[in-house]
Design a protein around this ligand. Structure first.
Ligand code: ARG
Length: 463
């Protein structure tokens, strides 16, 4: 019997309903409705297990399982009336199930609690997002591979301190991000393997006296095994934290590529042109084509890292097992996951469409004495000079070129022999940017052949 005004799910010992403020702070339905599908999947698996173990009559379990599908179609069709008084998604679904199937609905909550229920729902949700992150990363890697393949021998300046350092290839630069995003995907895979244990059946905190079959529900929900400790099962959210940590590192990598695109598309660089589909105009300056998507991707790490810090802070110092603090786990993770997926998709589109300005890239690579290291290496190799001496001779020649306002290949042989008499005309071979990159054949180096080998390796890996 339910008393007027008290909660229909737990109001047995209550004489009056909650204050409106109490209801407002307590309710999570405003956001945890996003767990509806996972909640219903979990309940259907639980009901099937209760029937298989003889805890529930088959007919009741069938009514429950069918009724839950009706609830799901109402939610997905938008006709479901969510109620704040019913607090959260778990009780909203169960109350509606009661209206649809009657008495058997009240038997669904046998041998479980909202504590293992929400832990299960949330794990299922985070697991799906983990898979989506991996898929998004792999798609972005493919976009970068296509760029690397097209431009394995396009020359561009490589930078340190954002100062021209040595010529590299466009393909090599793209492949650097393929490596980073590959590690990001592997972090999500590692997290997935650890999170893939099923909390369902841990009940409130101590397990249950009913003869449940936790292997069965774990298997039905695609988990590798049930969580081995019921206290741990209901009270940890480290799986969400691992997701957020991996997301934060991914967002950091995305922000670096985004920043490069912002720099590269500027009028001062003109290294890259973004497609109209992935740029925006200015409402006042007609000439502008802005890299807004890149800027927004660069910014997304703010909320993703924020979510990571927020959830860690919520979890810190909580005694075992469940505490209501943990209801604050969801919104941050939802927002971080949405931000990550959007950022990955936008970067994917930008990278696929962008066009490298090959002549500008090569001209930039040839300026700024970018082959000075090649000259020093030549002195070491051909004249058996100690590298430190070669560095000094090259520095003198760079200063000479700088004073004349020309580049290294523009110096005459007489200029060179004036500094080091043993230099011969053969030195000019290494001063060109094409020879420079082609010579960097060390494993992982920028030579076009090395880049093509790495592209092939990744294409095979990604299948
Ligand atoms: N809405 C709750 C949450 O998100 C569900 C678990 C509630 N459990 C409880 N004992 N009050 O955490």
């Amino acid at each position: 019997m339910t008393k007027t005004g008290s909660n229909t799910m737990w109001g047995g010992r209550f004489a009056a309903g909650p204050d409106a403020i109490m209801e407002a702070i307590n309710a999570s339905i405003g956001f945890d409705k996003r767990l509806a599908r996972q909640d219903i999947e979990g309940s259907r698996a639980h009901a099937a297990m209760l029937a298989a173990t003889g805890i529930l009559r088959d007919s009741d379990a069938e009514a429950i399982r069918e009724g839950l599908l009706t609830v799901l179609s109402e939610i997905e069709g938008g006709s479901f009336a969510f109620s704040t008084a019913l607090e959260d998604i778990h009780m909203n679904v169960e109350a509606r199930l009661k209206e649809i199937v009657g008495e058997p609905a009240g038997r669904l909550h046998t041998a479980r609690s909202r504590n293992d229920q929400v832990a299960t729902d949330f794990r299922l949700w985070v697991r799906e997002q983990t898979d989506a992150a991996i898929a998004g990363l792999e798609s972005l890697q493919r976009a970068l591979l296509a760029q690397a393949n097209a431009g394995a021998d396009w020359i561009m300046p490589g930078f340190t301190h954002l100062q021209t350092a040595q010529p590299v290839t466009w393909g090599h630069h793209m492949m650097a991000y393929v490596e980073m995003f590959g590690r990001d995907a592997s972090r999500f895979r590692d997290a997935r393997a650890r999170m893939n244990e099923c909390p369902l059946g841990a009940a409130a905190l101590a397990g249950t006296s009913f003869p449940i079959d936790r292997e069965m529900t774990a298997q039905a929900l695609g988990f590798d095994r049930p969580c081995a400790n019921s206290l741990d099962a209901v009270s940890d959210r480290d799986f969400a934290l691992e997701f957020l940590s991996a997301a934060t590192i991914t967002a950091m990598h995305l922000s670096r590529l985004a920043e490069e695109l912002v720099i590269w598309t500027s009028a001062q660089f003109r290294f890259v042109t973004l497609s109209d589909r992935f740029s925006t105009g200015s409402s006042i300056m007609p000439q502008k084509k802005n890299p807004d998507a890149a800027e927004l991707i660069r910014a997304k790490i703010g909320r993703i890292l924020g979510a990571n810090v927020a959830l860690l802070t919520v979890m810190k110092g909580l005694p075992l097992a469940y505490s209501k603090d943990m209801q604050e786990d969801k919104e941050q993770v939802f927002d971080a996951a949405d931000s990550l997926m959007l950022a990955l998709a936008a970067m994917d589109g930008m990278v696929r469409d962008m066009e490298a300005n090959v002549p500008v890239l090569e001209a930039a690579a040839a300026s700024g004495f970018s082959t000075a290291t090649d000259l020093a290496d030549w002195l070491v190799r051909e004249l058996d000079m100690p590298f430190r001496d070669a560095h000094h001779v090259t520095g003198t020649l760079v200063a000479m070129a700088e004073a004349r306002g020309c580049d290294l290949p523009d110096l005459t042989l007489e200029d060179m022999t004036g500094v080091e008499p043993r230099i011969t005309g053969a030195v000019y071979d290494v001063l060109g940017v094409h020879n420079s990159v082609a010579s960097r054949m060390s494993y992982g180096g920028t030579a076009p052949d090395q880049v093509r080998a790495q592209v092939a390796r990744w294409e095979e890996r990604l299948g």
